[in-house]
Design a protein around this ligand. Structure first.
Ligand SMILES: CC(C)(COP(=O)(O)OP(=O)(O)OC[C@H]1O[C@@H](n2cnc3c(N)ncnc32)[C@H](O)[C@@H]1OP(=O)(O)O)[C@@H](O)C(=O)NCCC(=O)NCCS
Length: 189
């Protein structure tokens, strides 16, 4: 069956300069593409070696196996950020009663998981992370037209918790992990 979809980009309202006076990169100056073997990712660098290794070693393998899809944020021809997505679910007991739908009688909500998420260290603080979250919401909106999904999930690294918090993610109420913090965002559309 032939099918196609376009990613709808909602407008975003973000400041125009960083604290250091560097210009923020507007969403319109970034392009997003699905990872391919043709794109050089070896120059990607960030504080977590594991996130570099994932992009340069594992991402394409996982994508070919339909386990996770990786998208690159491109600015002036360079990969300045990336994220990987996969299908997920979140158990109701992890969701704040305020976010829970009382008519929904199943135990789990269908979700999309942000499995990896990183900005190139040289471009941190310039709006790339914000733009990537905007695109993720847009992808989730599109996917939800084909297959149910109404929550975003992420296992946040402790130093990224306040970043996700800023963008409406909450800690999962019950599930605990050792090195990461399970978080979710219900209001994605
Ligand atoms: C966390 C990370 C993705 C943020 O990306 P970024 O491109 O620097 O974020 P942005 O520039 O888009 O920032 C958007 C807003 O979030 C804020 N922000 C960025 N990082 C933050 C953090 N760690 N805590 C709190 N707020 C943060 C910015 O100040 C900015 O606020 P503003 O729009 O009001 O000025 C990036 O620092 C990173 O890749 N870190 C290393 C890898 C990592 O931890 N990934 C998350 C794995 S779960």
């Amino acid at each position: 069956m032939a099918y196609s979809y376009t990613i709808e980009m909602p407008p975003i309202d973000s400041p125009t300069t960083t604290d250091a006076g560097l210009p923020k990169i507007p969403l319109s100056d970034l392009s997003f593409e699905r990872l391919t073997a043709n794109r050089d990712t070896l120059s990607f660098f960030c504080a977590h070696q594991e996130l570099i290794d994932y992009l340069t070693v594992d991402a394409l393998k996982n994508q070919d196996a339909h386990v996770a899809v990786t998208y690159l944020a491109i600015y002036k021809g360079k990969c300045v950020g990336y994220f990987s997505l996969l299908n997920d679910s979140i158990i109701k007991k992890d969701i704040d009663p305020e976010d829970d739908k009382d008519w929904y009688t199943y135990s789990y909500y269908p979700a999309i998981k942000i499995a990896r998420f990183a900005t190139h260290q040289e471009y941190e603080g310039r709006g790339v992370g914000r733009a990537m979250l905007t695109v993720i919401r847009s992808i989730a909106t599109t996917v939800s037209k084909y297959s149910g999904c109404c929550v975003l999930t992420v296992d946040a690294k402790p130093d990224a918790e306040s970043f996700y918090d800023k963008f409406g993610f909450h800690r999962a109420l019950k599930t605990k992990r050792k090195n990461t913090i399970p978080m979710y965002r219900c209001n994605i559309f």
